[in-house]
Design a protein around this ligand. Structure first.
Ligand code: FAD
Length: 736
């Protein structure tokens, strides 16, 4: 892991820093003079904007810029240190066309706008010619739960009519604000699904019926750009002003909030750095009771804790940004929630300490501290209150725990070794899955429950075999997968969305899985590269399907479960060979498609498909597992694979199972891969072709380990020969 920023980012850091020092800070006093007089300081901002653009410091926040669009095409990770520098002066981001809420709105329009909408709104926004606001929150409902919204959007001929009241709408009082993106309910019928009722309209700020009721002061401070209350009374806009499709509003709001939240956090880190610098300077110069404040231990603690906490938060922010770049906004959702909470709390904590060190002056406008603290306090609400983000993090953690199963170990008579977390085996405790069911090597008389991973390694082990069809050089499919950025995938999906098919599938991508439930497009055809819950979809070539099944030596006795079954090819092919199969797939469109194809292939009785999350569903009945996922997902599945029945074969296309050694070498035409392993149990010498092959050629240590509960011993044979030896399975287990 390299913590250094790449040279291009370092150069931009210096450039932005110089711009801040040479041009922004000298204008700071002027900006405040105008703002305090109640006039938006356009005269200060506009010349600086021109200079920033000429210097190439423009639209730094948008990774997915297209050819010809103005900006730098930095990734979120690359943008983070620049946003941190800009954040030190709250109004500076506007100079670089990087300020909220425009950044979020630009992202939204970039993803979903039609060509006409792009020309009318997106292009002027990217040029910095206009500004915009985003109107979701309402006075009459708890806006942390947007399913509540009261604003109504009704279709009337070629128009939509909008009625409702919004508040805290940032930027609405900006003199250049021309556009409000308004979220409201377009399907108010009681049986409409909660996440499919919302739509978004592009509403010109001068639309008849739109009134700015007031600019609401926040913490006694009236922001010059406004946090406004807006009234929409029979506001009529052309139907072409609908963003995306009707019902997509909720999912699009999720898409918008991800990057916007990260940008706030990046700027927060900068503001905390500023507060820490001020605190340290003040502590060094101010004297009380004959000593500098910096000599008092409590002040040193505040400084030290602030340093540590800022660095912690920065790392968290950078990781979230990196994850958004690498895995997409939906995958980074929990990370974004975590940093949103951490950054907002950090801001009030650090600035509070600084204010304390400053004494009473810290509460006045003579320092930036009071204003920054107030913003930090507001941050704990805007873009979602802390409590909502905590729920998001908790839900993910609990889901993870559910998916991986319990890890508490019992020190039962079956011989499992208790770990530090061990809980004594209790007969009264409900058994989740008797350990005997996955085989204790025949050496254990009684089942043990809830064995720990450590215990599993040492005693219970596992009888599954893993085969990987991985390739050392990526196949064209994988190259494509690696090349496709989340935004590309998103774009592909958006095209579908705008043409009406698969409209709801967007929800999964945006982290609102409930939306996936609404489909039923009979004509659904998947699109290569479309996003799924955890991976994008790339069709598996028929030749590969056959190879995978051959490698797993599927027979009619087998029960093949394909994890992330996509269009169902593998399961249908297995069913054609007489086996039973189950495809687990998150996208309901894909599930329906697979079922239809199974019917067409006349194997629907043997090929079933289930709409489920592979991390939550039960695939313990499988005798063969197939998967084409991603390395980190394979790793997440290892615990589940450890609990499979003895002799279950696992075939993973392309990606390894971490450091597990393979038990099955790829055949001719297939490149080498190293993953796969086997535990030496009697149970593992059953009927499958792999096992019988292992049984035919046991290595010297196999019989010893089969009855032994002692840690595995090194085997002198090569791993290829000793698939069934203690050294094989022990080393495989060690890497879990
Ligand atoms: C300075 C500022 C700028 C803003 N800018 C905008 C803007 O530009 N556009 C816009 O649409 N909105 C904006 N907002 C509004 C902001 O998004 C909302 O305030 C926020 O979503 C919370 O909604 P609410 O105020 O209705 O609180 P409520 O939804 O009424 O929540 C109140 C409290 O209930 C608790 N709570 C809520 N949900 C849960 C839960 N799941 N678990 C536990 N506790 C919970 C929390 O403690 C929460 O603080 C802004 C707000 C501020 C302060």
């Amino acid at each position: 892991m390299d913590f250094a920023y790449p040279p291009r980012v370092q150069a931009l850091q210096s450039q932005v820093q110089r711009f801040m020092d040479d041009l922004i800070l000298p204008s700071h006093r002027d900006w405040h003079r105008w703002a305090d007089a109640g006039v938006y300081p356009l005269d200060v901002i506009e010349p600086l904007k021109r200079q920033a653009r000429e210097a190439g410091l423009w639209n730094l926040f948008l990774p997915g810029l297209k050819e010809g669009e103005p900006g730098t095409r930095l990734s979120n990770l690359e943008y983070a240190p620049l946003a941190e520098i800009m954040g030190r002066v709250p109004w500076a981001s506007e100079v670089f066309n990087c300020s909220a809420p425009d950044t979020g709105n630009i992202e939204l329009l970039h993803l979903f706008a039609t060509p006409e909408q792009r020309a009318q709104w997106l292009e002027p926004l990217m040029e910095g010619a206009i500004r915009s606001c985003f109107a979701m929150s309402e006075p009459d409902v708890a806006s942390s739960d947007p399913t509540n919204l009261g604003t109504r959007i009704a279709r009337d001929g070629d128009s939509y009519v909008l009625n409702g009241r919004k508040w805290f709408i940032t930027g609405a009082a900006h003199p250049s604000c021309r556009l409000a993106i308004v979220m409201g309910i377009s399907d108010a019928s009681p049986d409409a699904p909660a996440h499919r009722r919302h739509s978004m309209l592009l509403v010109p700020m001068d639309a008849p019926g739109l009134e700015i009721v007031r600019n609401i002061p926040v913490m006694q401070h009236q922001a010059i750009e406004g946090h406004c209350e807006l009234l929409f009374r029979d506001v009529r806009v052309p139907a072409a002003n609908l963003l995306g499709s009707e019902g997509d509003g909720f999912a699009m709001a999720q898409a918008r909030l991800g990057p916007g939240r990260v940008h706030h956090c990046m700027r927060t880190i900068g503001q905390c750095e500023l507060a820490l610098e001020l605190m340290a300077e003040r502590a060094l110069e101010r004297m009380a009771f004959g000593r500098h404040l910096s000599d008092f231990a409590n002040v040193q603690d505040w400084i030290a804790m602030s340093r540590i906490e800022i660095d912690q938060a920065r790392l968290l922010v950078l990781r979230a940004a990196w994850r958004m770049d690498v895995e997409g906004n939906a995958a980074a959702r929990t990370d974004v929630s975590a940093i949103k909470l951490v950054a907002a709390r950090l801001q009030t904590t650090v600035i509070d300490r600084a204010m304390q060190v400053f004494g009473a002056v810290g509460l006045t406008p003579d320092t930036p501290l009071a204003a920054l603290w107030s913003w930090g306090r507001a941050l704990r609400f805007l873009d979602g209150p802390d409590e909502v983000h905590l729920r998001t993090v908790a839900r993910q953690e609990l889901a993870r725990s559910r998916a991986t199963g319990a890890r508490t170990c019992c020190s039962c008579s079956a011989g499992c070794r208790p770990t530090a977390l061990a809980t004594p085996c209790d007969a009264s405790r409900p058994a989740r899955r008797p350990r005997a069911a996955i085989g204790c090597g025949g050496a254990r008389a009684k089942p043990c429950y809830f064995s720990s991973r450590a215990a599993g390694r040492q005693a219970c082990g596992l009888a599954a075999q893993t085969v990987c069809l991985g390739e050392s050089t990526p196949t064209p499919d994988v190259k494509e997968l690696q090349r496709m950025t989340p935004l590309d995938a998103f774009g592909a999906r958006r095209r579908q969305l705008l043409t009406g098919s698969g409209a709801i599938a967007l929800g999964g991508l945006l982290g609102t899985p409930a939306l996936w439930a609404q489909t039923g497009a009979v004509t659904y055809e998947p699109e290569r590269g479309q996003s799924g819950k955890d991976v994008i979809w790339i069709p598996t070539p028929d030749t590969l399907v056959n190879r995978m099944l051959r490698m797993a030596q599927v027979t009619p006795k087998d029960y093949v479960i394909d994890l992330g079954s996509g269009d169902g090819k593998i399961v249908i092919a297995a069913a054609r060979e007489g086996a039973r199969g189950l495809g687990i797939e998150y996208n309901p469109d894909m599930v329906e498609l697979s079922r239809r194809r199974a019917q067409q292939a006349k194997v629907a009785d043997r090929a079933r498909f289930e709409k489920a999350d592979i991390f939550e569903s039960d695939f313990s009945q499988a005798t063969v597992i197939t998967m084409y996922l991603l390395p980190h997902l394979n790793l997440r599945l290892r615990h589940r694979i450890l609990a499979l029945k003895p002799g279950t074969r696992v075939v993973s296309h392309e990606f390894r199972m971490g450091r597990w050694r393979r038990t099955k070498a790829p055949r001719s035409g297939m490149p080498r891969c190293t993953c796969g392993w086997c535990r030496p149990t009697r149970a593992a010498t059953g009927s499958s072709a792999f096992r019988s092959k292992a049984a035919r050629a046991p290595c010297a240590c196999r019989s010893r380990s089969a009855s032994s509960t002692s840690p595995a011993k090194r085997c002198s044979r090569t791993s290829r020969h000793c698939r069934a030896t203690a050294s094989c399975w022990a080393s495989a287990c060690r890497s879990t």
